[in-house]
Design a protein around this ligand. Structure first.
Ligand SMILES: NC(=O)c1ccc[n+]([C@@H]2O[C@H](COP(=O)([O-])OP(=O)(O)OC[C@H]3O[C@@H](n4cnc5c(N)ncnc54)[C@H](O)[C@@H]3O)[C@@H](O)[C@H]2O)c1
Ligand SMILES: [Zn+2]
Length: 355
């Protein structure tokens, strides 16, 4: 797999590179399509226009915001719009938005006329450190997350930390959960650094913010580049997500919880399991639990009954990442080191919810 997607450019330098690319690599402004949702249309598109004035003449494709829109029907609508505005194989999609936009836009780019170019400009913290990195694109099939998708490489990425200024705090927390995860699975120094930050001010300090985002991206890229198609090592990025996804799916109907919150809780439970069967020390477990619980005071713990725990297990048993009918976990060995393909007895999964 080519490694073009790894080029990431920040802030002002990023806009210069983008501007030059658009001027010299795209033959007509009519060939540029900007994909936004209704929120990034309001908050982010004006910023992009301010930086690159001529983009005002490009084609804008706007969809509704939210995970519900991440489906194949939205892709068809986008393809119809591309067709209507006479997109060609030389066209380019600029994805300006969070993970939903970069996932959908990347997927459409990979299938429209058998593949056109795209550039990601993530506007959420989660998009910057996670969703827009690592070549995965895709949409949900009913309630099955990311069931339809492709691996597809963007031309490059632009990260503008100014977009974070309008991002609601809960979305910042969601991104931070993935950043903390990167520290836990692969870099104990980064975990320590993330431990010390003040959530309410850090993302307002441009330099620090940029450095943390950059380091987090490098951790993910290093893992992805060793195993782009998730045959082995890349699975460590799923730490916290086996239980996290089950919580997210289960509570989707009852009482919607954010991905980042679900993953934070998942990381606490899976750290406890790591402590029981994967050598994680009790000292590390306590540190993880204390940091993550401060970040995200558990909103649903009191409500998890025995009945719910059984339902969560059922969801985990149907996880598409399972192999040979066994629920697969990625578990910590210590802070900064993670194993994958770990099988965990159901009794221990159940017990983890009670700790
Ligand atoms: N491809 C991957 O490898 C990968 C990895 C992780 C997550 N994802 C996917 O990413 C998605 C979640 O991403 P997300 O959390 O960015 O969700 P999102 O795109 O829905 O964005 C969250 C909310 O923030 C709004 N928003 C975006 N930018 C904003 C800004 N600058 N200011 C104010 N509001 C803004 C959006 O309109 C939306 O309402 C999920 O679909 C998940 O499956 C993909
Ligand atoms: Zn995640």
């Amino acid at each position: 797999m080519k490694k073009r997607g790894e080029f990431i450019h920040f802030n002002e330098e990023g806009y210069d590179i983008l501007k030059n690319y658009l001027l010299y690599k795209i033959d007509s402004i009519k060939n540029i399509f900007i994909l936004v949702d209704d929120v990034t249309y309001t908050h982010c598109l004006p910023i992009l226009f301010k930086k690159i004035d001529f983009l005002k003449k490009s084609n804008i494709i706007k969809i509704k915001s939210g995970e519900k829109e991440k489906n194949i029907y939205t892709c068809i609508q986008i393809c119809k719009n591309l067709e209507k505005f006479k997109a060609t194989r030389k066209s380019l999609i600029l994805n300006l938005g969070g993970g939903v936009i970069t996932d959908i836009g990347g997927f459409v780019a990979s299938i429209f006329k058998r593949g056109i170019r795209f550039i990601n400009i993530p506007t959420t913290l989660l998009g910057m450190v996670d969703a827009a990195i690592g070549y995965k694109t895709g949409v949900n099939l009913d309630s099955i997350k990311n069931e339809i998708g492709s691996f597809y490489i963007p031309e490059f990425l632009i990260i503008d930390t100014h977009f974070l200024k309008t991002l609601p705090n809960k979305e910042i927390l969601s991104g931070m959960a993935e950043m903390l995860k990167h520290g836990l699975i692969a870099d104990s120094n980064f975990w320590k650094k993330m431990n010390q930050i003040q959530t309410d001010t850090i993302f307002k300090n441009e330099n620090e913010c940029r450095n943390l985002i950059h380091q987090s991206i490098l951790i993910k890229q290093k893992i992805v580049n060793q195993d782009p198609k998730e045959k082995g090592l890349r699975k460590i990025l799923n730490f916290g997500h086996t239980i996290g996804h089950a919580l997210e799916s289960y509570f989707m109907d009852v009482n919607k919880i954010l991905h980042g919150i679900a993953v934070t809780m998942g990381m606490i439970y899976e750290s406890w399991i790591s402590c029981k069967i994967n050598d994680l020390s009790i000292y590390d477990y306590k540190e993880i639990k204390s940091t993550l619980s401060t970040l995200c005071p558990n909103p649903i713990q009191d409500k998890i009954s025995d009945l719910e725990i059984n339902k969560l297990l059922l969801i985990m048993e149907h996880d598409k990442k399972n192999e040979k009918n066994k629920i697969q976990f990625s578990l910590l060995k210590k802070i900064g080191k993670c194993s994958y393909n770990c099988q965990v007895p159901s009794s221990l999964i159940k017990e983890s919810f009670l700790n």
